[in-house]
Design a protein around this ligand. Structure first.
Ligand SMILES: *Cc1c(COP(=O)(O)O)cnc(C)c1O
Length: 384
């Protein structure tokens, strides 16, 4: 391959949104109906599919995972003076959901192999002001569920699961999204299942369902009105407009219908990376993603490079040969807003190291065998 081969139009992107078999048909049905706002037929259908996939009892489709996280902290009554523990290696949405209530983020470090929250540091960080802990299952690899459940029970602190990566992952303790009191999903177009922008709130504590419905419907009891449970609806509590439009729900419904196919395609790619890069990685001190217990969502495939310089060198090498690979989260405790709205007990070295060594390879449902082959060949040609 010549030096410029990669920069051309056939460069392999990092990810591509999936096209579902029935997406256009569903969208047309919404356009031809008299109901394009939230909570129509596609919202009901997609919610039903989500409940089946997650084995949950209650779920509400939302405008985003970010909004579902905001609903979570508000539903738990978190506010000024309170603290919520979360991993420093995660997306900013969880931190926003805490800080927007006036509460403080307490960032803790991660397990150096998976990138998931370290339960020992959670236990240590719990104090008189701790009101909840938000966990994130990186790449759909479950956090240490036994340890986290034990901490939650011992201290009486609810767990919120940011399950943006882990849709449908089964564990001995239950499907991800049903472990915490509340859980959130993302249907952003970079996720395994998407509708452009969208999310869901999974409610595992039935006593929170009514308030969640009200909060999502501008603080009104419109949902009860539509079910014929009240004669009129009015403003009953604080809320906002967190409903997903039927256009998004129509696309989401088609995607969830294809969920088995999406996951099969992603796992085939993930497995090829794991198999065909194993020897090359071992020879270079590169650690491929290696989920303890084997479960994950095939959302990401990552390699941990031997040192910080190698991250940039490897990403640069891949770009040069036409493959878009990328790093991931910058630890929140080191970010400008993280310093303003959060605190730590100590320096969080493991997250910094993880963040500066991690490289994610392209992965999307529908990636062709030849594209996967090109990514593998590109990686193998990195010989530093
Ligand atoms: C994508 C993502 C979010 C945000 O999801 P949106 O639906 O875009 O709001 C939150 N947390 C994690 C871990 C994510 O990967």
């Amino acid at each position: 391959m010549t030096a410029s081969a990669g920069v051309g139009a056939d460069a392999i992107p990092f990810s591509r949104p999936f096209r579902a078999k029935n997406d256009l048909r569903n969208l047309e049905r919404v356009l031809e109906s008299d109901h394009a706002h939230g909570d129509g037929a596609f919202t009901r259908s997609a919610t039903g599919r989500l409940l089946t996939i997650t084995d949950a009892r209650n779920a509400l489709l939302t405008t985003s995972c970010t909004h579902a996280l905001e609903m979570s902290t508000r539903l738990l009554g978190i506010g000024p003076g309170d603290e919520v523990i979360l991993p420093t290696f995660t997306f900013p949405s969880a931190a926003n959901a805490i800080a927007l209530t006036g509460a403080r983020c307490v960032f803790v470090d991660i397990d150096p192999a998976s990138g998931n929250i370290d339960p020992e540091q959670v236990d240590e960080a719990v104090g008189a002001h701790t009101k909840a802990v938000i966990v994130m299952h990186y790449g759909g690899m479950p956090v240490d569920l036994d340890a986290m459940t034990d901490i939650s029970t011992r201290h009486g602190i609810p767990i919120i699961e940011d399950n943006a990566h882990g849709l449908g992952v089964s564990t001995a303790a239950g499907v991800l999204g049903t472990i915490g009191v509340l859980a959130t999903q993302s249907f952003h177009d970079t996720k395994n299942v998407h509708c452009g922008e969208g999310g869901a709130l999974i409610i595992n504590d039935a006593s929170l369902v009514e308030r969640a419905e009200i909060m999502r419907e501008k603080g009104t009891n419109r949902s009860q009105f539509l079910r014929g449970q009240v004669d009129k609806y009015s403003w009953v509590d604080l809320g906002s407009s967190y409903l997903m439009s039927e256009f998004n729900a129509a696309v989401l419904d088609a995607q969830l219908e294809d969920f088995v196919e999406i996951q099969a395609s992603r796992f085939a790619i993930w497995d090829r990376y794991a198999t065909e890069l194993a020897e090359w990685a071992a020879e270079r001190g590169i650690a491929p993603m290696n989920p303890a217990g084997g479960v994950h969502a095939a959302h990401v495939f990552f390699l941990l490079m031997p040192d910080w310089a190698a991250q940039e060198a490897f990403i640069g090498h891949l770009r040069h040969v036409g493959v878009t690979a990328t790093f991931h989260y910058v630890p929140l405790d080191t970010s400008p807003a993280g310093r303003e709205f959060g605190r730590t007990l100590r320096q969080l070295d493991r997250a910094e190291d993880f963040s500066r060594r991690l490289v994610r390879l392209p992965l999307w449902a529908g990636m062709t065998e030849s594209q996967v082959g090109r990514v593998i060949a590109a990686a193998l040609s990195y010989t530093e």
